[in-house]
Write a protein that binds this ligand. Sequence first.
Ligand SMILES: NC(=O)c1ccc[n+]([C@@H]2O[C@H](COP(=O)([O-])OP(=O)(O)OC[C@H]3O[C@@H](n4cnc5c(N)ncnc54)[C@H](O)[C@@H]3O)[C@@H](O)[C@H]2O)c1
Ligand SMILES: O=c1ccn([C@@H]2O[C@H](COP(=O)(O)OP(=O)(O)O[C@H]3O[C@H](CO)[C@H](O)[C@H](O)[C@H]3O)[C@@H](O)[C@H]2O)c(=O)[nH]1
Length: 367
Amino acid sequence: MPAKEGTVLVTGGTGYIGSFTALELLVAGYEVIVIDNLYNSSEESLNRIELICGKRPIFYKADVTDQEALDKIFKDHPHIDSVIHFAALKSVGESTEIPVEYYRVNVGGTISLLRSMEANGVKNIVFSSSATVYGDATRYPNMIPIPETCPIGPTNPYGRTKMMIEMVIEDHVESHPGWNAALLRYFNPAGAHPSGIMGEDPQGVPYNLLPLLGQVAVGRREKLKVFGTDYASHDGTAIRDYIHVVDLAKGHIAALNKLRKDKPGCRAWNLGTGKGSTVFDMIKAFSKAVGRDLPYEVVPRRKGDVLDLTAVPTRANEELGWKAEMTLEQACEDLWKWVFNNPQGYRQMPPQILLDALAETRKKLPA
Ligand SMILES: NC(=O)c1ccc[n+]([C@@H]2O[C@H](COP(=O)([O-])OP(=O)(O)OC[C@H]3O[C@@H](n4cnc5c(N)ncnc54)[C@H](O)[C@@H]3O)[C@@H](O)[C@H]2O)c1
Ligand SMILES: O=c1ccn([C@@H]2O[C@H](COP(=O)(O)OP(=O)(O)O[C@H]3O[C@H](CO)[C@H](O)[C@H](O)[C@H]3O)[C@@H](O)[C@H]2O)c(=O)[nH]1
């Protein structure tokens, strides 16, 4: 029996944004099938999803570049009607060192997925693109904050994989009637689940600002390195649009509903808040949540970084009926709750006190 809202295949669904989206899908009444090779995530995220909402995605440990494995999953689940595609390698720095691997997994994986979808009559795809596709938007007058009409021009191999995938999907939708695609250009995801039991748990050394700040706060790292104070911002550090991961996850449900209801063909949407914050703003906001100043040192700019990636989110607000609602303060508080209670990420169980509080909250929810 298909689920009330339909069945969605989520690639990369044990990862950071994917797990939050799987949770929101289950809450919204979808059946969820996750595939992930666990390269940068842990199956424990599925237990946490179940603890929060009482439902669990079906899980396959599989690689998106494995055409046979994909075909079998689609054949075994003929009710799948849409795909949300997160699975990818995502470190900008690493992509400059092993670009071919990035093209193989990100571009190659998407091609395998599109072929399996086509062979099995699944025609809706929501794709994790990135604000990185815009590159340095300050090179154009009046393009900061950044609307979707800003010309794209990524400055690193990771960003170019995202640009190429957007093009492949656009060409496929154009040539195959009945297909619909949402290219979601995320700005900077932040925070964790307000329950404190779900969050980002990268397997290696984190690359992004917020997980690094979290590790400084719990003493896993001595201090944060601030990459450059010579940018043209109010305090000299670079500006990003930090969006709460729960808001970001909800943006996927809005995009999926749009594809299924309005069949818009292929369309790009920015998922951001429209508000930019500098690195120092973030250190201050997170220090406030933690209750003490966090140590940092200023080092030269990181290669490939740009001054400002702040979204114009109006298109998503108007066309998807979605808007980021949670504040930066909430993102910092939720991140702190997550790292304080789970300093080793998913490698340890959260404290009983959190699990008890969660069980109480669940009792009050409608069945
Ligand atoms: N986090 C960000 O700042 C950000 C911003 C914009 C876009 N994105 C994109 O969003 C998506 C999700 O990012 P995230 O932050 O949740 O990262 P993540 O690393 O937590 O999630 C990606 C998931 O994909 C899985 N994966 C990697 N290669 C795979 C393969 N070959 N087969 C199957 N699974 C594979 C990983 O194990 C992981 O669980 C990615 O496509 C990323 O490029 C992330
Ligand atoms: O140790 C650090 C890490 C980061 N930063 C700074 O913090 C800001 C945010 O850096 P992140 O690495 O967290 O994020 P990026 O903006 O570089 O990139 C992220 O967001 C982009 C979208 O805006 C892309 O999606 C990309 O994949 C994703 O990693 C940048 O100014 C960066 O220079 C530091 O000062 N020190």
